[in-house]
Design a protein around this ligand. Structure first.
Ligand code: SF4
Length: 329
């Protein structure tokens, strides 16, 4: 099967309909035992040390795994994407462009999706067939989310992993579906997790996934992973076509649209405090100013860089934040 790399969530239905095995390069990077080496490779090839480690890791993962085709998101993704795509092209990789129109108009998104379908020579009917199949799997992932915040049985790390895996369905949607069914059965048989504080994690999915276990040491647990949940399209499942589904996806669009959904989830999930994760050298750090002003709830901003585990200073800050929240409650 032909293999294609993606650097963020894109309309995977179109790629699967075109016969590709889709691989999210972020996931390869984060899971790799050569994790630090992939960043180093990018720096040896000229990426500045003052650039985002995710971008460098994605580049390293693409080179290390010899990808020949990649989808580049030209609008609605990272401000560094364009430069990365140019480097990929220079290295002989074929880059297919896709855009989430920044004006967030349904008609423009429709044009963009139609154009993407034309590039891969697939029809809307073929794409919708794949979408129906994938949405059944997304519905299973939604159950894991409910088992996290309603039943209090799934862990925050499981919540993170299964939702984030929806960007590429771990490269094989059939195997992923089987794994989910078994996991749900196993989670249902567990006792409930009892913690005093309920937290939201918002922003870029963490480089440091030990954050989930760390907060649990302080009578707290994360019951909402904002961006990871968006990757799993929990609302898109109900829409009648791919245009509406990708229109109601908050991550690529304006911050106000994201904040509306965050506020809704904070209320529904009875959240006591928010951890906002940003990545060093990411333009999204500036959005923290707006998020802080817009949410009427205690927020801690945590920054990650190259390390894939929390550093001592960040641990201390999280501990102090959680102590404060427990005292308030
Ligand atoms: S963390 Fe920010 S700079 Fe890094 S890849 Fe993501 S959006 Fe781009």
């Amino acid at each position: 099967m032909k293999k294609i790399g993606i650097t963020t969530t894109v309309p995977i239905e179109i790629l699967i309909a075109a016969g590709y095995e889709v691989v999210d390069l972020n996931n390869i990077f984060i899971m790799s035992n050569k994790y630090a080496g992939l960043i180093e490779k990018a720096e040896r090839d000229g990426f500045p040390s003052s650039s985002c480690a995710f971008k460098k890791g994605v580049y390293g993962a693409a080179m290390d795994n010899d990808f020949k085709e990649i989808v580049g998101v030209t609008e609605g993704d990272c401000s560094n994407s364009k430069a990365l795509e140019e480097v990929f092209r220079m290295k002989g990789i074929k880059v297919y462009p896709f855009a989430y129109p920044s004006n967030h108009k349904l008609s423009d998104l429709k044009n963009s999706l139609d154009h993407f379908m034309n590039i891969f020579k697939v029809s809307l009917g073929e794409v919708e067939q794949v979408r129906i199949r994938l949405n059944k799997i997304r519905n299973l992932v939604k159950k894991i989310d409910e088992l996290t915040y309603i039943d209090n049985k799934a862990t925050a790390l499981e919540n993170h992993i299964y939702q984030i895996s929806c960007s590429d369905f771990n490269g094989n949607d059939h195997n992923f579906e089987d794994e989910l069914r078994n996991k749900i059965k196993e989670i249902r048989s567990r006792k409930t997790i009892e913690k005093k504080l309920r937290l939201a994690y918002i922003g870029t999915p963490p480089m440091t996934s030990d954050i989930y276990d760390f907060v649990e040491k302080f009578n707290s647990r994360i019951v909402y992973n904002e961006v990871q949940r968006e990757f799993a399209f929990p609302r898109g499942i109900n829409y009648k076509n791919i245009y509406e589904q990708y229109y109601d996806y908050t991550y690529p669009y304006d911050i106000e649209f994201r904040i509306q959904e965050i506020k809704k989830q904070i209320k529904q999930r009875k959240i006591d405090g928010v951890i906002n994760y940003t990545q060093a050298f990411c333009y999204r750090q500036i959005e923290h100013i707006i998020i802080k002003e817009s949410l009427d709830i205690p927020i801690l901003n945590v920054e990650g860089d190259k390390l894939n585990v929390l550093d001592a200073r960040t641990k201390l800050r999280i501990e102090a934040f959680l102590d404060m929240l427990i005292d308030r409650k």
